[in-house]
Design a protein around this ligand. Structure first.
Ligand SMILES: [Zn+2]
Length: 300
């Protein structure tokens, strides 16, 4: 009896301390890339989310889906209960000197016109490349513009380079449509798990707690193939997949770290602002170049 009681307490404790992650998917597009058409890629990603009951947040870059066909693709997300957020129209880099506030804020408004009538639309904005401004003035003007326009920040807590792994996988498939994809799957799962551990550790170090995470992924071939495996991996490792709605309640998404250049993962930015963690904060926080060496070594 005592044993059962201890087991019960243990299970409760484990449950209470399971790390939590929600899924965000950026840049849906109508591009087709073997082996999938855009519709097939979209259906497979949606099916993986459905299977794991993961209500996700889709960040739309307007120019990639600004057509009747594009809106039809986006509508499948809203109809499935997912949220749809704004990722600008043109996907410009607000961290570059050539991209001013006036031009960029107009582009954000233009992005909204593509998605505002869709089911699931929410005023949540994510900066392209997670670049929030290369000067304090640009950063603060956009923050105030977003607030006045009723937007909250679509911050990422776990940043990674799924886009880079997907690009390399597609290059391989172009050369050899029958290539063995298992090594890409294994590399991808390891990469996301390693980055998740890093950012969750950063959350504990900087905030003294595990936040409700938002993982950055993309609407690409890699996720059409392996999102199901990725979600299963998180569960097997004891993490809980939570909804985008649940994640959005975490106070970390109201943070406004005063760093320049502004951006990256919000956890990275809060750590940078504290000035206490510089030795573990590389810049940029994530990029394909960091994964290139290992992928080259593995012949991927
Ligand atoms: Zn993007």
């Amino acid at each position: 009896m005592a044993y059962i009681k201890i087991l019960f307490v243990y299970l409760i404790v484990c449950r209470a301390f399971a790390a939590e992650v929600s899924i965000t998917i950026d840049d849906p597009s109508l591009d087709s890339g073997a082996p999938f058409t855009a519709d097939q890629r979209n259906s497979r990603i949606l099916e993986a989310l459905r299977k794991h009951q993961a209500q996700a947040l889709l960040f739309v870059c307007g120019k990639r889906v600004d057509s009747a066909k594009g809106r039809a693709l986006l509508r499948t997300w809203g109809q499935a209960g997912h949220w749809i957020g704004n990722h600008s129209y043109s996907h410009e880099n607000y961290g570059s000197a050539g991209q001013g506030f006036e031009e960029f804020s107009l582009d954000v408004q233009k992005g909204e016109t593509v998605i505002k009538d869709l089911p699931g639309f929410r005023r949540i904005f994510r900066f392209p490349y997670l670049k929030e401004g290369n000067t304090a003035s640009k950063r603060d003007r956009m923050r105030s513009f977003l607030e006045k326009s009723g937007y909250s920040q679509g911050y990422v807590t776990i940043d990674a380079s799924d886009w880079y792994v997907s690009d390399r996988l597609r290059e391989r498939l172009k050369k050899n449509p029958k290539a063995d994809l298992a090594p890409y799957r294994n590399f991808y799962l390891r990469h996301i798990w390693e980055r998740s551990q890093f950012y969750n550790g950063l959350s504990e170090k900087v905030l003294g707690r595990e936040v409700k995470h938002t993982l950055l992924l993309h609407h690409n071939t890699l996720n059409a193939l392996f999102l199901d495996d990725l979600l299963r991996m998180f569960k097997e490792k004891g993490w809980k997949i939570i909804s985008a709605k649940d994640a959005s309640s975490d106070p970390v998404f109201k943070a406004a770290p005063k760093i320049v250049p502004a951006g990256e993962s919000v956890l990275w930015a809060i750590a940078k602002e504290s000035g206490k963690f510089d030795p573990i904060l590389r810049y940029p926080a994530e990029d394909g170049v960091y994964e290139k060496v290992e992928m080259d070594r593995l012949g991927l």
